[in-house]
Design a protein around this ligand. Structure first.
Ligand code: ADP
Length: 645
């Protein structure tokens, strides 16, 4: 076994590899970019080497720099993780030329699977079923359209160098073929520098089922299948093992085919053989076809680890160190069912746009396996994949594992950036998915329902309003009441861009009434607060924002009454003090141009400082009160030049 390895990656996969290395007494070297100086994987590793700028091309894709870091630190082997340099045969050759071990397959095996057409031809020769179609060299449009006629529409045009769904076009009608072909070729040329395409039968209700294989260069076995059919635009969202509806017969046939594929290229290490399955006819041993092989550890490997109880990274290290496969095929366990959901910083309503932010609060339940590269306080930067964590659950049955997934997502708390958490939760509760009806079109068909944001319930609004009474500035009002005589307070919350006003009265030490959304909610604290009987959601309050977690969670910004007073005065030229206090600072002078939202002055009231902001763009005509003055409510502080000034 190695004494020291370098991990040529970042984020959750670097942390994942370091975990196993540590458990096996192998010392670890992290590499990091400018953006990752304080990243979790750097903190976890025994040594860390800075390899360049934040852009991947300047650091994690710079093979020479990575190899130099390994040599400098005395690492004997390099684990590539996934993405970045993991499927780059030239990198493998350079690692080996430097006298180091690449923890993965040979450069030859990666090359053999690098292009879809050559891989399909190779697999066909090895007796692996491939999607019916044309994957020859002739790229003449007439020849290709003739091939499409022969296959029968609908067909799929695919870039042979493709990845990530680029250069892929579905064609339903022969009349559209020429245009779609030209478009696919253009896209392939610009994305991969290779315009060559292949033509495939389009499978109408496809399921994506992949087989985890493991080789030691001589022998190969499989560790069963994963179903990754839950996709959005060809990107996996939730993965599971085993595949719903899988029969022993089909599993044996798929496993056999995958092992044949691995053996055909003398595969060493962890790999995945991806098949497409026709979901319209149920799972049948003659109804699956090879799509491609990923010659690396996959993002979704934890579901295989959950159902087999094996550590795939440990296997990778052992095989790379020259040991034979640790297990015989017939001894590989398969227990229960597992799910993995990919939690991303992304703006779902905005079309799943990647988001950035600083995770001011991050908490996961202990009931799930969490693979994450970030901690509370870490940033999701614009430079890399915005994954926050993989949430993995395991149970004796699919139903139990899925319930555990939904519960784990409900109990996951993220503050500081938008996430796809509620989308994942909706998927985990989707009726069809719950029944095991999975195909790659499910998400697109039900996208509206899966991304709908229901209005917050009165109970949740009441909780947010009550929490806001502890955060806003008028805390003196709370200490002022006598004998719990109700004292109504008005709280304004901004939720999803909408202002919601609530009135809150503390009616006793453990009771309150909240008027909101046209109803009155009674809050009681008996071993925890309830709102009209609904238990309070877990919550986090920070920086004037109350976040309630869970499936019906709410993020509410508490609007400062002072800001609002200024806003109410937006039509006027006079900026008044919204409450009595002391003018701590005056930040503008006569003649200054100010823009809407700019801080004008700081008022000290109720032992707190409050900023007064400009309600609109304006020019300051006159400052009416000097700093340090005690002022009454509504005292005029600043006069703006009128429109006619
Ligand atoms: P890429 O390498 O660009 O990701 P793949 O060949 O892996 O492309 O296919 C990506 C996805 O496209 C699959 O998971 C599946 O959803 C869909 N797909 C691929 N081939 C077919 C086909 N012949 N018929 C229907 N859908 C397909």
């Amino acid at each position: 076994m190695f004494d020291r390895i370098l991990i040529a990656n970042r984020g959750e996969i670097a942390c994942r590899v370091i975990d196993t290395a540590k458990a096996r007494g192998v010392s670890t070297v992290a590499v990091y970019s400018d953006a990752d100086r304080t990243a979790r994987h750097v903190a976890m590793a025994d040594l860390a080497v800075h390899i360049g700028g934040a852009a991947p091309a300047d650091s994690y894709l710079n093979g020479d720099r990575v190899i130099a870091a390994a040599l400098e630190t005395g690492a004997q082997a390099i684990h590539p993780g996934y993405g970045f340099l993991s499927e780059n045969p030239e990198f493998v050759e350079a690692v080996e030329a430097a006298g180091l071990v690449f923890i993965g397959p040979s450069a030859g095996a990666i090359r053999a699977m690098g292009l879809k057409d050559a891989a399909k031809a190779l697999m066909q020769d090895a007796g692996v079923p491939v999607v019916p179609g044309y994957h020859g060299d002739t790229q003449d449009p007439d020849h290709l359209s003739g091939a499409a006629d022969g296959i029968g529409y609908p067909v799929l045009i695919k870039a042979v160098a493709g990845g990530g769904g680029k250069g892929m076009r579905r064609v339903d009608d022969a009349a559209d073929f020429a245009d779609q072909l030209a478009a696919a070729q253009r896209e392939a040329q610009s994305a991969f520098g290779n315009p060559a395409v292949l033509i495939e039968k389009y499978i109408e209700q496809p399921r994506h089922i992949e087989v985890q294989v493991f080789g030691d260069g001589t022998d190969a076995i499989h560790l069963y299948e994963r179903d990754c059919s839950l996709q959005r635009r060809h990107q996996k969202v939730i993965e599971e093992a085993p595949a719903p509806g899988m029969t022993a017969e089909m599993r044996a046939a798929m496993g056999d085919a995958a092992v044949r594929a691995a053996k055909a290229i003398g595969y060493a290490g962890a790999g995945t053989v991806e098949f497409i399955v026709d979901g319209a006819n149920g799972l049948r041993p003659d109804g699956f076809w090879f799509m491609e092989m990923n010659t690396r550890l996959q993002v979704e490997h934890p579901v295989t680890e959950a159902v087999t109880g094996l550590d795939l990274v440990a296997w990778q290290l052992r095989v790379a160190a020259g040991e034979p496969l640790p297990m015989h095929q017939q001894d590989v366990p398969l227990t229960g069912h597992a799910f993995e959901a990919r939690l991303y910083a992304e703006d779902v309503p905005a079309g799943f746009l990647p988001a950035t932010g600083t995770l001011s609060h991050l908490s996961f339940p202990a009931t799930a396996r969490i693979d994450s590269g970030v901690r509370a306080g870490d940033a999701i930067s614009p430079f890399y994949d915005p994954m926050i964590a993989k949430v993995v659950t395991h149970g004796p049955t699919r139903a139990v594992a899925l319930k555990k997934l939904a519960a784990a997502l409900d109990a996951t708390e993220v503050v500081g950036c938008v996430t796809n958490l509620s989308f994942l939760g909706a998927l985990a509760r989707h009726a069809g998915f719950t029944r095991g009806e999975v195909d790659t079109g499910l998400i697109a068909r039900d996208l509206d329902a899966l991304t709908a944001v229901p209005p917050p319930s009165p109970a949740r609004l009441a909780q947010a309003a009550l929490a806001a009474t502890d955060t806003d500035t008028n805390t003196d009002a709370l200490t002022g009441f006598t004998l719990w005589a109700p004292l109504w307070r008005t709280i304004t919350l901004e939720i999803d861009g909408q202002e919601i006003t609530a009135r809150v009265a503390r009616t006793g030490p453990d009771t309150a009434e909240i008027e909101v959304a046209g109803t009155t909610v009674t809050a009681r604290n008996v071993a925890g607060w309830t709102f009209d009987g609904t238990p309070a959601a877990a919550s986090h309050t920070e920086g004037g924002t109350v976040t309630l977690f869970g499936p019906d969670g709410v993020s509410a910004r508490v609007l400062d009454p002072l800001d609002r007073a200024a806003a109410d005065a937006s039509g006027s030229d006079i900026i008044e003090a919204p409450m009595p206090g002391m003018l701590a600072r005056m930040l503008v002078a006569a003649g200054d141009s100010v823009s809407a939202g700019q801080k004008l002055a700081v008022l000290e009231a109720m032992k707190m400082e409050h900023a007064l902001t400009a309600p609109r763009d304006a020019v300051v005509a006159e400052v009416l009160v000097p700093e340090g003055t005690q002022i009454e409510a509504h005292a005029p502080l600043i006069r703006f030049a009128g429109d006619d000034a």
